[in-house]
Design a protein around this ligand. Structure first.
Ligand code: ARG
Length: 463
């Protein structure tokens, strides 16, 4: 028999009961549902709406139910209860009778589900922020322990200019630092209290919404009851934060995959983050990096699904909103797993500086610096660019690199070239000369590393 059996003459059939149920998903919110109910019951008692003994009986029985759920002895049955709210309330009433039947005074499942979901999101954001920090730390350790390694920097995936490997690793820590900020903002958005909005319009009981706000750790009650029960922006904020971060991880993993090919050979993944092939004995595949790249599609899909669900909904609660939780829970769990996997993979990969250096010797990677050399001697940069372009063409004809040219070859293109051009071709010197703030010169990267460390420590305080 449903909780609304008074109004109905027939039960729904078992297929529609199961189709309409959200219990398989929202049973994960049991702890938040119980916390919300205990706060509501005590507030009702404090306001003189129910007796204090009733509130105490409610709390006692709800604590027992929570312990049984956690012990795995509580039986969830979709035929008896379509969602976590009804499962717990039904059991409460079965145990303590009328006291339990008073709990739902001045409350609706509409404000209840919004409350539970918000509390759940607040907690999950904290978990994600922690996992985000762990991955950033792994990237920082790789940056620090390979601080002097120079690698080719790319644009269009073509050799562009040499950069420090540490600089490349740090680029990802800044992306992840922005993701941290987004996750924190999603937590702030979730921390508004819908409880007391009841079904949609508020209630005639003298509820103290500020009391439940404090009891549950929210920052303020939501000022509009219609908005309180129908707003899911906080889930979209979470899903957006997860999607952007998953996209960042996907880019990182794409590089890991590329770098571990025999064509690049820049890194070797540890055996524990690789798999073999069932047919090709020689294979060592970067499966986990590929899987993280693949899972980003799923997380982005979760975000798009909720946006589409929301876009046609009139105020206030509509059953469509029941579709809000599965994707959000999935996205948060998937991203947390991806963070963990990526952190382990990055921490255990081996860097091959020699392979990076070998690639540095190809692709005329010093060309910009040769042009800068001429420009610093007074030749307008556009002219210098042309001169070096001709030198590169000459190299291509001869099948050599810029350091294969003689001083005479250089001076044939411009009489501004002198002996010191040879020094200009030294890759470490090229890297170190880029001392602009945020640049790849060793001294600049050192400063950047310290800033990233400070940011990490500050973020850790915010979890
Ligand atoms: N299971 C529902 C959900 O997740 C709870 C709210 C149901 N409210 C209603 N009026 N049917 O959205």
């Amino acid at each position: 028999m449903a909780l609304w059996s008074g109004r109905f003459e027939q039960d729904v059939d078992s297929f529609t009961q199961a189709f309409g149920a959200s219990l398989p998903v929202d049973k994960q919110l049991y702890a938040q549902d119980i916390a919300g109910s205990i706060a509501h019951a005590h507030m009702l008692a404090a306001q003189g709406v129910i007796a204090t003994e009733d509130a105490e009986a409610i709390e006692g029985a709800l604590n027992d139910i929570r312990a049984e759920i956690e012990a795995g002895t509580f039986v969830f049955d979709v035929n008896a209860a379509e969602d976590i709210h009804m499962a717990i309330e039904g059991e409460l009433i079965a145990r303590i009778g009328d006291a339990g039947a008073r709990l739902h005074t001045g409350r609706s499942r509409n404000d209840q589900v919004a409350t539970d979901t918000r509390l759940f999101v607040m907690e999950r954001c904290g978990d994600l922020m922690e996992a985000n920090i762990a991955l950033r730390r792994a990237l920082m350790v790789q940056a620090e322990s390979n601080f002097d390694v120079v690698m080719p920097g790319y644009t269009h995936l073509q050799h562009a200019q040499p950069v420090l490997f540490a600089h490349h690793m740090l680029a990802y820590t800044w992306m992840l630092a922005r993701d941290f900020t987004r996750l924190e903002a999603a937590r702030t958005a979730a921390a508004m209290n819908p409880l007391g909005a009841a079904a949609l319009a508020g209630t005639t009981y003298p509820l103290d919404r500020f009391a439940t706000t404090d009891a549950l750790g929210f920052s303020a009650p939501i000022p509009n009851s219609l908005d309180a029960v129908s707003d899911r922006d906080f889930l979209l904020d979470l899903l957006h934060a997860c999607s952007v971060s998953a996209m960042h991880l996907s880019r990182l993993c794409e590089e890991v995959i590329l770098w571990s090919t025999s064509e690049f050979g820049f890194i070797t993944l540890s055996d524990s983050y690789s798999t073999g092939s069932s047919i090709m004995p020689q294979k060592k595949n970067p499966d986990f990096a590929e899987l993280i790249r693949g899972k980003s599609g799923r997380i982005i899909g979760d975000m798009v699904a909720l946006l589409v669900t929301m876009k046609g909904l009139p105020l206030a609660y509509n059953k469509d909103l029941q579709e809000d939780k599965e994707g959000a829970i999935d996205a948060a769990r998937t991203l947390e797993d991806c963070y963990r996997c990526a952190a382990g993979m990055i921490a255990t990969m081996t860097i091959h500086p020699q392979a990076m250096r070998a690639q540095l010797r190809r692709g005329f990677i010093a060309a910009t610096d040769v042009a800068d050399y001429l420009a610093k001697k007074g030749l307008p940069f556009r002219r210098a660019h042309e001169v070096v372009g001709r030198l590169v063409l000459e190299c291509e004809r001869r099948g050599c690199e810029l350091d294969g040219l003689s001083l005479a070859d250089f001076t044939a293109q411009s009489d501004l070239f002198e002996e010191d051009i040879v020094r200009m071709l030294d890759l470490d010197a090229i890297v170190d000369a880029r001392l602009t703030y945020g640049g790849t010169g060793r001294a600049a990267v050192k400063t950047q590393f310290e800033e990233a460390q400070q940011r990490l420590a500050a973020d850790e305080e915010r979890i």
